[in-house]
Ligand binder design. Structure first.
Ligand SMILES: NC(=O)C1=CN([C@@H]2O[C@H](COP(=O)(O)OP(=O)(O)OC[C@H]3O[C@@H](n4cnc5c(N)ncnc54)[C@H](OP(=O)(O)O)[C@@H]3O)[C@@H](O)[C@H]2O)C=CC1
Ligand SMILES: Nc1nc(=O)c2c([nH]1)NC[C@@H]1CN(c3ccc(C(=O)N[C@@H](CCC(=O)O)C(=O)O)cc3)C=[N+]21
Length: 287
């Protein structure tokens, strides 16, 4: 029977540590600030954005929500980015995905100042991660949260097979780079991969970020594997479920994350921690 990873507990611990850091910054008159740019009114994005806002305010981070209408034009979004790039009270800029199809998401990402790029999506930050460069730069918060979980539960990575289902720029790709940097042997699969099950069964660490409810069942998992479920899917009943059939897989895995209560809370906690990182790094740059 697998140990079930308690993402909420780990997130609470990380949030307490982050709150201590903001309290220390406050004594120097510094309040870290994040802006979330939300285009349109996708209900799931609204919930996620509200959760972030509430969490930030609780821990002494100023949170600004810039809501733009679904039919906003490219120039207006670019002007908003430019304004926050120059705004000294803002340390972190997050553009909520997904963006409406008429907008050029790549141009928007590339316009964010790399030192305010809280999702680590700017090519400069992605390049540093891929090159495994030393030094300070932001990385995507969900992969950062997953790496924190693996470290906390003492999961050995060097020499292990780490397989990622999903290759998005926000989750699969950066997490593959982080696992590779930690000397795991990484495999990234996508929709075109033949015989998915054969590949996933090789994994000592299986990370699933596909957005497909119950894609992974026990036949796809090596006995004793560590299973990290990033997927967030809302069922017609309104319940949240991951990409892994939790009840089917839990007795053959060694460690497993639930949904909800696994990776999700760690994404938010990592976002808060990295906002404070950005504020501190910028401060050092200015001193
Ligand atoms: N818990 C958290 O904190 C977070 C959760 N999420 C959730 O994680 C999931 C993934 O998010 P994201 O990475 O942004 O999603 P994307 O839709 O951008 O990417 C999904 C990836 O999964 C691959 N994929 C989908 N279905 C299959 C399949 N049947 N077999 C193999 N590969 C498949 C796709 O392949 P291809 O490229 O070929 O299309 C793609 O690479 C979503 O449910 C999302 O809501 C996302 C961010 C944070
Ligand atoms: N630029 C950008 N960056 C993101 O990181 C990003 C994004 N866009 N778009 C959407 C996805 C999704 N995502 C989630 C984060 C936390 C929870 C979360 O807190 N989940 C809780 C439950 C939440 C609930 O109950 O509704 C849990 O899993 O326990 C969910 C989903 C970040 N994303």
């Amino acid at each position: 029977m697998a140990t079930v990873i308690d993402g909420r507990q780990l997130a609470t611990e990380l949030n307490q540590a982050t709150a201590k850091r903001t309290a220390k910054l406050a004594t120097r008159g510094i309040t870290p600030g994040i802006v979330v740019i939300l285009v349109g009114d996708d209900p799931a994005s609204l919930i996620y954005t509200r959760n972030k806002h509430r969490r930030a305010e609780k821990m002494g981070i100023r949170s600004v929500l810039e809501k733009l209408p679904a039919d906003v034009d490219q120039a207006t979004v670019m002007a908003a980015i430019d304004r926050y790039n120059q705004d000294d009270t803002i340390d972190a800029i997050l553009v909520q995905e997904p963006l409406p199809a008429h907008l050029d998401g790549l141009a928007i990402t590339n316009a964010i100042r790399p030192d305010k790029d809280i999702d680590g999506l700017h090519p400069i930050n992605l390049g540093k991660l891929y090159a495994n460069q030393p030094g300070h730069y932001p990385v995507a918060c969900t992969p950062r949260g997953v790496m924190t979980i693996l470290r906390h539960y003492n999961v050995e990575l060097a020499g292990k097979n780490a397989t990622l289902v999903g290759r998005s720029i926000l989750v699969g790709k950066p997490l593959a780079a982080m696992l590779d940097n930690a000397n795991a042997t990484t495999t990234v699969v996508n929709r075109y991969t033949p015989n998915l099950s054969k590949v996933t069964r090789q994994a000592d660490i299986l990370v699933v970020a596909a957005g497909s409810p119950h894609l992974i069942t026990r036949e796809d998992v090596k006995p004793g594997a560590v299973v990290i479920d990033v997927g967030i899917n809302r069922l017609p009943s309104g319940k949240l479920t991951g990409d892994v059939d939790f009840n089917d897989v839990r007795d053959i895995a060694s460690l497993i994350t639930p949904v909800p209560g696994g990776v999700g809370p760690m994404t938010i906690a990592s976002l808060m921690a990295q906002t404070v990182d950005l504020a501190e790094w910028r401060q050092h740059g200015q001193e």
